[in-house]
Design a binder for this molecule. Structure first.
Ligand SMILES: Cc1cc2nc3c(=O)[nH]c(=O)nc-3n(C[C@H](O)[C@H](O)[C@H](O)COP(=O)(O)OP(=O)(O)OC[C@H]3O[C@@H](n4cnc5c(N)ncnc54)[C@H](O)[C@@H]3O)c2cc1C
Length: 404
């Protein structure tokens, strides 16, 4: 490591979980979604000490696959997960393809063989013959969570601090003082403070603005015009899919495939507007999932049970009586997830993020403050691939390269 890049971070407070204080920690990562985990993996590969602070009691962020067995169906359908967050990546997304290969997770093609359906009204459904194959998309057998789990398994567990919500970033000479509050009941106690020279912010900008006193930090550290324009740009960056809700129904058998259907359906009726085969693998965990088209503020007026009943009724109208009795159902409303959705995301129509941080990069690099969440990627922003791109583009990379 080059001497001028030597970074030293020391945990200032005694942690109450009995773990030893870490010395010579070099980087603090805020957020344990794909971006934070991938950043940790890179740092660990090069022997650079870090601590990852994640607000929630689990890792993965928007990656969320729930094990079917958790529902206690006893059906033995599958003990692996159904995706309630991201499902797909695509052949041009080479970083994702490489990472999945390196992590040893099993990539499968999205099931698309068979005819599609179109629901015009509650009573009218038309069938469309399978035409030319659509765009190839990939999924992970067992759910996207297998990737987050595989990365986490390669990380030092002592460096991963769950239920640590970062609330403040302050400058202390040449380093950062990072304050994390207890975000879970099991973690009650004093706020923890970490001194760091480099901070990686691995979360959507709007989430950071909502939970972290970032505005105050930036105003104190950047010239007035720069901090004002940066805060405006960050606040204007939508969090991809933040206002979405997903419904998954698990079945004993893939009856739609047996009927020559792909599982794909589009609907003008709703509540789901787009439905796909979501089976956990080609052999087990047979499932259909749909994106709910009802807007977040309307959804909030209905109970989860009512929404699930409406989705099952729609699946029955579209796919027939076999769809009426799923062995398990799942609903995830991301609009109600405080670590994903902000107030603006709920009121604006969905947009891809387009954040170009280059006007502020010299100042941010001087401060050793790096935005590496997917929404901060110059290309593929908002996607899983974007999370990997944002980390790879981070100014820490030359340090890593020098280490290699
Ligand atoms: C329903 C849905 C479907 C999607 N489908 C796809 C898809 O098919 N393909 C695709 O490529 N992408 C998809 N996406 C987008 C994809 O999930 C994201 O691009 C990716 O997960 C972003 O990873 P990230 O680490 O940048 O952010 P996140 O996953 O949002 O992780 C940020 C983490 O930071 C934590 N955090 C936030 N603030 C703090 C704080 N103050 N202190 C500590 N921790 C904090 C959060 O708890 C979270 O764990 C989808 C997203 C959703 C919601």
């Amino acid at each position: 490591m080059r001497a001028d890049h030597r970074l030293v971070i020391t945990v200032l407070t005694q942690n109450t979980q009995g773990m030893q204080d870490m010395q010579d920690i070099q980087v603090v990562i805020v957020g344990g979604g794909l971006a934070g985990l991938y950043a940790a993996l890179q740092l660990e590969r090069f022997g650079i000490a870090y601590v990852l602070l994640e607000a929630q009691p689990r890792l993965g962020g928007r990656i969320l696959s729930l094990p079917i067995s958790d529902k206690g169906t006893g059906s033995g359908v599958s003990d692996v997960g159904v995706d309630l967050g991201p499902t797909w990546f695509w052949p041009h997304q080479q970083r994702m393809i490489r990472l999945c290969r390196d992590m040893g997770v099993q990539v499968i093609e999205q099931h698309v063989a068979g005819d599609g359906l179109h629901q015009h009204s509650s009573a009218q459904v038309t069938r469309h013959r399978a035409g030319a194959p659509g765009m190839l998309s990939y999924r992970l057998a067992g759910g996207m969570q297998t990737l987050a789990t595989a990365i986490a398994a390669r990380l030092d567990p002592q460096r991963l601090r769950l239920a640590h919500a970062v609330t403040r970033l302050e400058r202390l000479g040449d380093s950062w003082l990072v304050t994390a509050s207890d975000a879970g009941e099991s973690n009650a106690g004093e706020p923890r403070q970490f001194s760091a020279q480099q901070v990686l912010l691995a979360a959507p900008p709007r989430t950071l603005l909502q939970h972290l006193d970032l505005s105050a930090s930036l105003r104190a550290l950047l010239p007035a015009s720069l901090s004002a324009s940066l805060l405006t740009a960050l606040a204007a960056t939508p969090t991809w899919m933040a206002a979405q809700a997903k419904f998954v129904a698990v079945y004993e058998a893939p009856f739609w495939r047996h009927a020559g259907l792909s599982g794909q359906a589009h609907s003008r009726v709703g509540p789901m507007v787009e439905i796909h085969d979501a089976s956990a693998s080609h052999e087990s965990g047979f499932a259909l999932f749909g994106f709910i088209g009802v807007e977040a503020h309307v959804r909030s007026g209905h109970s989860a049970d009512a929404m699930k009943r409406a989705c099952i009724a729609q699946l029955t109208a579209v796919f027939g009586i076999d769809a009426q009795r799923p062995v398990a159902t799942y609903l995830k409303d991301w609009a109600q997830d405080e670590w994903t959705a902000s107030a603006q995301d709920l009121t604006q129509s969905p947009q891809h993020p387009a954040l170009d941080l280059s006007p502020w990069l010299p100042e941010l690099q001087r401060l050793n403050l790096h935005f590496v969440g997917s929404e901060c990627a110059v290309e593929e922003g908002g996607y899983l691939e974007g999370a990997l791109r944002a980390v790879d583009a981070c100014a820490l990379s030359p340090v890593l390269a020098a280490e290699a």
